[in-house]
Design a protein around this ligand. Structure first.
Ligand SMILES: [Zn+2]
Length: 264
């Protein structure tokens, strides 16, 4: 019978040997460098870096798609509480027609706008609180889900951002900012058009942006509380009334915000 001492020596001896030679298949570090992604693919983690997170050598198609989508959402200007899965998702499915039956037509037209053959511009005009901005965000989300580059701007904030490029310490220049805002995104949503301060500078910048998108027939959604605001600049008005380019939708719904407060 083997003595307890020799058994212990044998075990200790074997352990030190396997540590020394790093037996394949029994290397803890090696094991941790592989995982199964949520879609069932075995993914190898990059060996060149020890820092977290490790890069994946062979991410699956679906994981790559989700990462691209995440970056597009982050850059979209749509606040995360409105994203699908957010606190108050601004999707078409969550648009409550029962609260505002008069919005049936704008809802249908906004959904149709997401189809390929729709005119590239959609303008939603009507009194505050009737759900125009919800529809505009739902369009943005539909495009983001298709991996389109989307930028949502509240018009006065957009102008502030342009103005900021004139600061001496600004890292971005005006031309670059205009390109990023005006024609790089596949879809631009300009929320609350008409609420900007009516200065010649602001109106000229807005005209430039809209004209860039008009000439390129780029997808643009505008929401506006004040129909007269659309008519202030004749050059913009003539583009908005160009039926080949733009669908103008009058949203006659009521302000549902007081109802929402009652529900809460
Ligand atoms: Zn995956």
């Amino acid at each position: 019978m083997e003595s307890l001492g020799s058994i212990l020596r044998r075990i200790v001896g074997r352990t030190s040997t396997s540590e020394g030679s790093r037996t394949p298949g029994f290397d803890l570090q090696e094991y941790e460098r592989e995982r199964t992604c949520p879609h069932g693919q075995k993914v190898r983690l990059h060996r060149s870096t020890q820092s977290w997170p490790w890069e994946e050598e062979n991410p699956c198609r679906e994981c790559r798609r989700e990462r691209v989508k995440g970056r597009l959402y982050d850059a979209s200007g749509v606040p995360d509480l409105y994203w699908p899965g957010g606190k108050t998702p601004a999707t078409f499915e969550r648009f409550d027609l029962a609260l505002n039956p008069q919005m049936e037509r704008p809802l249908r037209l906004a959904q149709e706008y997401c189809e390929d053959e729709a005119p590239p511009w959609l303008v939603l005009v009507g009194s505050p609180g009737n759900g125009k901005t919800h529809l505009a965000k739902a369009i943005a989300i539909t495009f983001l889900e298709r991996l389109a580059r989307v930028r949502l701007w509240v018009v006065p904030e957009f102008l502030d951002r342009l103005k900021a490029t004139f600061a001496p310490d600004s890292e971005r220049d005006f031309e670059q900012e205009m390109a990023d805002l005006a024609y790089l995104p596949n879809l631009v949503v300009m929320d609350d058009y008409g609420s900007q301060s009516q200065t010649p500078w602001a109106n000229e910048r807005l005209y430039l942006v809209l004209n860039m998108r008009y000439e390129r027939r780029l997808r643009t959604v505008i929401t506006c509380n004040e129909p007269r605001a659309l008519a202030r600049d004749g050059r913009i008005r003539s583009r908005l009334y160009d039926g080949r380019l733009c669908q103008l939708v009058h949203c006659k719904g009521i302000d549902v915000r007081p109802k929402l407060r009652e529900v809460r």
